[in-house]
Design a protein around this ligand. Structure first.
Ligand code: CP
Ligand code: NVA
Length: 302
């Protein structure tokens, strides 16, 4: 199957990612000017959601509509996926009918299997291991606020989860230094961290990790699928809140980001997420523009 997929940030080269971020900013300006641009007229994106979503669903669906195409929302309950139809068969059939497929699921291997049996581009809209679309929006938001992220120091505070893994890949691809502050037992996967070499390192203490950073970012303590660990995780992560003390250790003009949804009083204080250094709303909006750039790259006729 020859279709090009976007399963992790490593599927694109550094220069392709840089171009995509620049294009995302252009598309943002075009959208703000009210310019009509329909490169995906008559094209259809299937959106498979095995987990909940606000931002991802709306941004892909709105993006397809703005591009002159159409998006179909599919849930396990409403399809044969929830009744056990093999994922390989679902991918084969779906990809004969639509022009692109976006998948949010649990095991990353399931997404890889899906992509291996799809003849159209497959986009990772979050798995247990990665959330690359979010990183496109994050890098775009940083670049728009501060210029290139290359050479910056970025601090990840919290769980070594799917977002953390994608930050590690982003550190490799965009050339920034990533400091990761996580409690013992909640580290990112060793192979993903090791593959980043010097670009990413664990610095246990959150204040130490934030020192001189230009960007501080975090995520929920319990991800989707880990709801029953919430109480346990609240104890393990109690010292890992991004609060004013952490932000004071960072650069004076450091930015704060969060992929959302956020839990004020847990992984971030209200003073930080609702404070002047937070750019979470621009970051969230950029999901739309960055994914439009991605859809255009993967699906627009050349
Ligand atoms: N950040 C993010 O992916 O949000 P949703 O889960 O609402 O899509
Ligand atoms: N780590 C979170 C991100 C949500 C966008 C989760 O997987 O639930």
């Amino acid at each position: 199957m020859s279709a090009r997929h976007f399963l992790t940030l490593l599927d694109f080269s550094s220069s392709e990612l840089e171009q995509l971020i620049a294009r995302a900013s252009e598309l943002r300006q075009m959208q703000h000017r009210g310019e009509i641009y329909e490169p995906l007229k008559n094209q259809v994106l299937a959106m498979v959601f095995e987990k909940s979503s606000t931002r991802t669903r709306i941004s892909f669906e709105a993006g397809m509509a703005q591009f002159g195409g159409h998006a179909i929302f599919l849930s396990p309950q409403g399809t044969q996926i929830g009744r056990g139809e093999p994922i390989e068969d679902t991918a084969r059939v779906m990809s004969r009918m639509v022009d692109g497929i976006m998948v949010r699921t649990f095991e990353h291997s399931k997404l890889e299997t899906f992509a291996a049996h799809s003849q159209v581009p497959v986009i990772n809209a979050l798995t247990d291991d990665y959330h690359p679309c979010q990183l496109l929006a994050d890098v775009q938001a940083f670049s728009e606020a501060r210029g290139s992220i290359q050479g910056a120091t970025v601090t990840w505070i919290g769980d070594g989860n799917n977002m953390c893994h994608s930050y590690i890949n982003a550190a490799r691809q965009f050339g920034f230094q990533l400091n990761i502050a996580c409690p013992e037992g909640y580290e990112p996967k060793a192979d993903i961290l090791e593959a980043a070499g010097d670009a990413a390192r664990i610095v246990r203490d959150p204040v130490e990790a934030a020192r001189d950073a230009q960007l501080v970012t975090t995520d929920v303590w319990a991800s989707m699928g880990q709801e029953e660990e919430q109480k346990l995780r609240e104890q393990a992560f109690a010292r890992y809140q991004v609060d004013d003390r952490v932000m004071q250790a960072a650069d004076n003009d450091a930015l704060f980001m969060h992929c959302l949804p956020a839990h004020r009083g847990e992984e971030v204080s209200a003073s930080v997420i609702d404070g002047p250094q937070s750019i979470v709303w621009d970051q969230a909006e950029n999901r739309l523009h960055a994914q439009k750039a991605l859809l255009e790259t993967l699906m627009a006729p050349r």
